[in-house]
Design a protein around this ligand. Structure first.
Ligand SMILES: Cc1cc2nc3c(=O)[nH]c(=O)nc-3n(C[C@H](O)[C@H](O)[C@H](O)COP(=O)(O)OP(=O)(O)OC[C@H]3O[C@@H](n4cnc5c(N)ncnc54)[C@H](O)[C@@H]3O)c2cc1C
Length: 418
């Protein structure tokens, strides 16, 4: 007979561990956490730099130290943990197909499922870098894993494409390990990383940042030997006569992360084409009742603290669903408006709780006015300085501010302020 659980959480990173804690601390009796790796922690295990936990633990921790805190808390509960176990499939009626070398292929049943399986890095092929397939071109996160977990320095003379946080952190990391980092090129006219990382990883090490530049050529024999970058205009077209060539043996790509959602798309969960994660309500529930999503597999986060916070809630709601405490309030759609790329949640249930809208702006703004509206009525205005696409914004509101019996959509927009 299949084993039965109240909640099954898939993925043992910060999101999965927090979600399992949220479930067990809110009444779920039988919680299973499934992780395909040999240990819990997910991407945190390879992030040996500090800067984690300032909001959640009010301390500056490394990635592994952060993971250890969650793990310690988890081991004090009765959550069942299956390591080295991969989930191959889930179904709409909430069975989970998993496999490991001890139990083989198993199917378990859960009253609710939380998908917390992180994200993937975009590769050279997804951004169409021309040229042969020689050694020396890889994603920055992969290089980080090689260096921090396996102890291999992947190159001696390095160029980095993309100024997202992983690229910036790897620029500093490679330099600290003795590699020569010749520069970071960024397609956009502004960096896509956190401001603190630009200062601490590039400025402090005199690593040049080439904004509005992209890689236009790579050459070499068995291994990369040269990288050419060129300037682009406002339509991202290459400007003639602007190319620069660097002699390098390694090109690291930090060109974006994509939420991992195949387990969900296989069962026709609706996906937001902007985030590549599921459409969820304010309980982190997808369009399939009892199936929840959180963490980087829902939308890419810059700070793990927000992952932990959001995922705890998702686990709590999965427990409520499993224990039949779900309420049936009317759902109102939430949409991004001017200067907002996406908002999560995508719909909210009007009750007497609070809701936190998380969103990203489309361009950097020195000063902005965040406006939350329902239909034409302004619900809240918040002044904010320094809004950046790289930094997720969040606005917490009491749901009593919204019109309870209206189907008027909710909009989040940002206006530039002089
Ligand atoms: C390089 C880098 C640097 C960062 N730096 C900072 C920083 O300085 N400060 C900060 O606050 N945040 C930082 N972050 C962000 C933060 O660490 C992440 O947002 C967060 O840890 C993501 O957690 P997650 O659980 O959603 O995903 P992950 O950590 O990716 O966890 C997903 C887990 O799911 C497992 N899994 C996937 N598929 C399956 C399956 N089918 N079956 C079973 N298990 C599966 C994976 O093995 C993995 O363990 C950084 C992130 C990266 C990548």
């Amino acid at each position: 007979m299949n084993k039965q659980y109240d909640v099954c959480v898939i993925g043992g990173g910060a999101a999965g561990m927090s979600s399992a804690l949220g479930a067990v601390k809110n009444g779920a009796k039988k919680v299973l956490l499934v992780e395909r790796d040999i240990e819990l922690g997910g991407i945190l295990q390879q992030c040996i730099h500090n800067g984690f936990g300032l909001h959640h633990f009010h301390e500056e921790l490394t990635g592994p130290a952060y993971a250890e805190r969650l793990k310690t808390e988890l081991l004090e509960t009765n959550v069942e943990i299956k390591l080295e176990t991969t989930v191959l499939e889930i179904t709409k009626d909430k069975t989970v197909h998993l496999m490991n070398k001890v139990d083989g292929y198993q199917i378990i049943e859960a009253k609710s499922i939380v998908v917390a399986i992180g994200c993937r890095e975009r590769t050279r092929h997804q951004i169409g870098i021309p040229g042969k397939r020689f050694n020396g071109i890889m994603t920055a996160g992969l290089a980080q894993r090689y260096l921090n977990i396996d102890g291999y320095l992947v190159g001696k003379n390095v160029f980095i494409l993309g100024s997202g946080d992983i690229g910036l952190i790897m620029a500093r990391r490679m330099r600290l390990e003795g590699a020569n980092v010749l520069g970071v090129a960024e397609l956009m006219p502004y960096s896509n990383g956190l401001n603190r990382n630009i200062v601490q990883c590039l400025h402090d090490y005199n690593i040049p940042l080439y904004l509005s530049h992209t890689v236009t050529g790579v050459s070499g024999k068995d291994r990369l030997e040269k990288v050419t970058i060129s300037e682009v205009d406002e339509n991202f077209q290459v400007k003639e006569g602007t190319s620069k060539t660097f002699e390098v043996d390694t090109l690291l790509l930090s060109v974006g992360l994509i939420p991992e959602n195949k387990l969900l798309t296989d069962i026709q969960v609706e996906v937001n084409p902007i985030t590549n994660g599921a459409y969820v309500d304010d309980q982190f529930q997808t369009n399939i009742p009892g199936i929840f999503a959180c963490g980087n597999s829902l939308h890419v986060h810059d700070l793990v603290d927000f992952v932990a916070e959001e995922s705890f809630e998702s686990g709590k709601n999965a427990a409520k669903y499993a224990l039949n405490q779900e309420n049936n309030h009317i759902s109102i759609p939430v949409k991004p408006a001017s200067n907002v790329r996406y908002v999560i949640p995508n719909k909210i249930k009007i009750s007497d709780d609070e809701v936190t809208f998380k969103f990203r702006v489309t361009k950097p703004m020195n000063k902005g006015l965040i406006i939350v509206k329902q239909g034409d009525s302004v619900i809240k205005e918040i002044k904010k300085s320094h809004l950046l696409p790289a930094e997720m914004e969040s606005v917490k509101l009491n749901k009593s501010l919204f019109k309870p019996n209206s189907q008027d959509e909710i909009f989040v927009e940002v206006k530039g302020v002089e």
